[in-house]
Write a protein that binds this ligand. Structure first.
Ligand SMILES: NC(=O)c1ccc[n+]([C@@H]2O[C@H](COP(=O)([O-])OP(=O)(O)OC[C@H]3O[C@@H](n4cnc5c(N)ncnc54)[C@H](OP(=O)(O)O)[C@@H]3O)[C@@H](O)[C@H]2O)c1
Length: 348
């Protein structure tokens, strides 16, 4: 949305007696073409159109200064985004943020209908998340969300990279999909959002106990993953090497992990450390924190509902890292909020 249009929308709806916070929450529904909540879109859009002309003909004294206050307030409203949050742990993280985080919370989903249904479910419970489509495997979709957040709010305070998949099948294509979604999808979202991270922003990468370095059996590979000079490019090379070894049927012989899901999550934990180093250098003054978490063994579709923790319990470490953790940067956080040494010889 153009800045002038954005200002006009705020002006119009504050005149209608709506608070800026309400407008900001609902703004995403007004101009988001991808949003299927068309009834809402049309309602707001036509209300805005009807009202705009009369407003332009009727400048009120003090209008300009009110407008500046509204704009400043809009920019001060905090924003959180959770990937893959139409169900499972992500859904519970959104619910927890709606309870504890003083700002706008975005529930995102690769499938708009599933996302909309999830938002409706939370609304019936009295929460008010915003919605935006997001497929972490699609750069155009990630860019669209980033542009929407930038144009509507100016920046983002919390990004929770929760989206993930597992697979029961062992064919190469399925294993590649797991690496693409869990590792490359997360990398794509984080790096697209880096430029719009605000002061003191926090990123939480949902890893796993299976993403502990000890899950890689080769000492040589473990050294590569934990090398203090590891870069994103070198880490990508490791992930590509795994895929090649898997395709050539030598992954076990070369000492990789039990399966592709493990490797994807070791990649996520390693990337967390590399990204923390990168933002420390590139956005030094912003005090950005990036940590990875193990949510526990959680009762969700991914575990065929065999997990012993509820999704709300599984959301706890992510909420801790996003809202409460003090001075934790580049760390690996267990489901009881303990910092665990990622390079230790075994996981807890
Ligand atoms: N459950 C556990 O015990 C456990 C343990 C350790 C770690 N984890 C991690 O916790 C995270 C959440 O898992 P969960 O148990 O809640 O699983 P889940 O119930 O299967 O939910 C996964 C979520 O990720 C979404 N997703 C998958 N691919 C996506 C894509 N390309 N773009 C955007 N969203 C996508 C799914 O959307 P759809 O509905 O469209 O598929 C769903 O919303 C995952 O990263 C998982 O690896 C889970």
């Amino acid at each position: 949305m153009e800045k002038s249009e954005y200002r006009a929308v705020i002006k119009f709806f504050t005149r209608q007696g709506k608070s800026v916070a309400t407008i900001m929450n609902e703004m995403s529904l007004v101009y988001d073409d991808s949003c299927p909540g068309k009834t809402m879109v049309y309602k707001w859009h036509s209300l805005f159109k009807q009202g705009r002309e009369s407003l332009e003909d009727d400048p009120r004294p003090g209008e300009q200064s009110n407008l500046h206050i509204s704009e400043a307030m809009a920019e001060n409203i905090k924003v959180a985004v959770v990937t893959g949050s139409n169900k499972g742990i992500g859904f519970a993280i959104v619910k927890g943020l709606c309870e504890k985080f003083n700002g706008v919370v975005y529930l995102t989903s690769r499938d708009a209908k599933r996302g909309e249904d999830a938002v409706s479910k939370l609304k019936t419970l009295g929460y008010n998340p915003s919605f935006h489509q997001l497929d972490v495997n699609d750069q155009a979709s990630v860019d669209k969300l980033k542009d929407h957040i930038k144009n509507t709010h100016g920046g983002v305070d919390i990004l929770i990279n929760n989206a993930g998949i597992a697979t029961d099948t062992t064919d190469y294509a399925s294993v590649k999909k797991v690496i693409d979604t869990n590792y490359y999808g997360l990398l794509r979202v984080s790096e697209t959002f880096f430029p719009i991270l605000r002061q003191d922003a926090r990123i939480v990468n949902v890893s796993s106990s299976l993403g502990h370095l000890s899950k890689i059996s080769s000492a040589t590979l473990r050294e590569k993953f934990s090398d203090s000079s590891l870069s994103v490019a070198k880490l990508n090379e490791l992930m590509e090497q795994y895929l090649k070894d898997y395709k050539d049927n030598v992954a076990v012989k070369k000492g990789w992990a039990f399966n592709g899901y493990y490797v994807s999550k070791v990649g996520v934990s390693a990337l967390t450390r590399v990204h923390q180093k990168l933002v420390n250098e590139k956005y030094q003054e912003k005090n950005i924190s990036i940590n990875s978490v193990h949510p526990g063994y959680v009762n969700t579709d991914m575990t065929d509902h065999l997990g012993i923790l509820t999704p709300d319990e599984g959301a706890k470490s992510s909420l801790f890292a996003a809202l409460e953790a003090k001075n934790l940067k580049g760390q690996y956080i267990w489901n009881d909020n303990r910092v665990v040494e990622w390079t230790a010889s075994s996981a807890p």
